[in-house]
Design a protein around this ligand. Structure first.
Ligand code: MG
Length: 371
């Protein structure tokens, strides 16, 4: 693949990840009915309502963690986990902690806050000190950069994923979900389409990562790849029917009800992959993703990363790209990825510095909005 094409597809994946995250933030934890009542169909970047007010177009922790991983893979491609853990702490320390504010991380969930708090306590001694036994989407949402860094090297993708996943989770379902995202992004980068992805090879790569992550009996270890298999076997399928089926498969392995865009990997990650495969355009995929509500920012981020890689920068609606606070801010990373930067590469401005600045700007905007 030539560099112009690779640059366009990585840019599409990164920009659409940021957009999906920012688009979904205002409707996180909302139901589809609540979203309809307030926005009709949400198609524009909006402020996140109080009590977690954040300005339109500012990304949340999903994108922050993904870019942290990107930076870790550029700095230490063969041992990214310690750098990734260090960057999560640096972002945390780049802004104050307070009610509803977890340092420089924006829009965090409880598991992630525990992970970061434990990493802070470990003071760099153990990058895996904060791993939680959770089967959520917390690795899948940040994993796309592994495909950006190693677009043609599946063995290095799997090695990097297994190492980085252990910073956050010990559950093979979360690792399998992330592997499925990484392989879909890699396919999109290579082919410029998701239509011709080989289902058998995709499922095999996902199952291999689950086995390598281990830690469960057979029903747990292969739960994600089985859910992916069930979704793919149903294609093509009317939208409502597919979402019901995803919910049923996910619910059968959970002790509580799981919606199609719940944080549980078998819900939101399968749904994100389905929407990325099924929607006629990237724009439509993102709109459909966030209007499901629930873990809307994360589903948006995953759909954007996967479909954006296939469709490239040209498919990203200009009105959304222009509305991003981080528009163009990570272009140095994209150039480093495309040119195959040497180990030890660092950005001109650290991620913690830019994230701290954005958090301060957001706080000023919040205060002036109140005044
Ligand atoms: Mg978020």
């Amino acid at each position: 693949m030539d560099n112009t094409t690779l640059r366009s597809r990585i840019t599409g994946s990164l920009d659409a990840l940021l957009i999906g995250d920012a688009l979904g933030c205002p409707v996180e934890m909302k139901t589809p009915a609540e979203i309809r009542a307030r926005y009709g169909t949400l198609r524009t970047l909006e402020d996140t309502p109080r009590p977690w007010w954040r300005p339109a177009g500012l990304h949340s922790d999903d994108s922050q963690q993904a870019v942290a991983l990107c930076d870790a893979l550029l700095e230490a491609p063969d041992d990214p986990a310690p750098v990734f853990a260090r960057l999560l702490v640096e972002i945390f320390e780049a802004y104050e902690k307070g009610p509803g504010q977890h340092g420089g991380h924006r829009g965090t969930g409880k598991n992630f806050r525990v992970t970061v708090d434990k990493l802070v306590a470990a003071a760099g001694a153990d990058p895996f000190a904060g791993a939680q036994p959770t089967a959520g989407n917390g690795v899948a949402m940040l994993a796309a950069p592994i495909a950006w860094r190693f677009p043609t090297e599946p063995a290095r993708r799997e090695k990097a994923l297994l190492a980085v996943a252990r910073v956050k989770t010990t559950d093979p379902r979360a690792v399998g979900a992330a592997a499925a995202v990484v392989e879909a992004v890699a396919h999109g980068l290579a082919r410029g389409s998701l239509r011709d992805i080989d289902h058998g090879r995709w499922i095999d790569a996902t199952a291999a990562a689950e086995r390598a992550a281990g830690g469960g009996d057979g029903s747990v270890t292969h739960a994600f790849s089985r859910a992916l298999t069930a979704m793919l076997a149903r294609l093509p399928c009317p939208r409502a029917e597919m979402l019901e089926a995803i919910e049923a498969v996910a619910g059968a392995t959970s002790d509580r009800p799981v919606g199609p865009s719940a944080g549980y990997a078998l819900g939101s990650v399968v749904t994100a992959l389905y929407l990325a495969l099924d929607a006629p355009t990237l724009e439509r995929a993102l709109i459909d993703a966030v209007n499901l509500g629930d873990d809307a920012d994360t589903v948006g981020a995953m759909v954007g990363a996967v479909r954006g890689a296939a469709d490239g920068a040209g498919a990203v609606p200009k009105r959304w790209r222009e509305g991003l606070w981080a528009k163009g801010a990570f272009n140095d990373r994209i150039e480093a990825l495309v040119s195959g930067a040497a180990e030890g590469w660092r950005p001109a401005e650290s991620l913690a510095a830019s994230e701290g600045r954005w958090s301060r700007m957001a706080e000023r905007a919040r205060v002036s909005g109140e005044g």
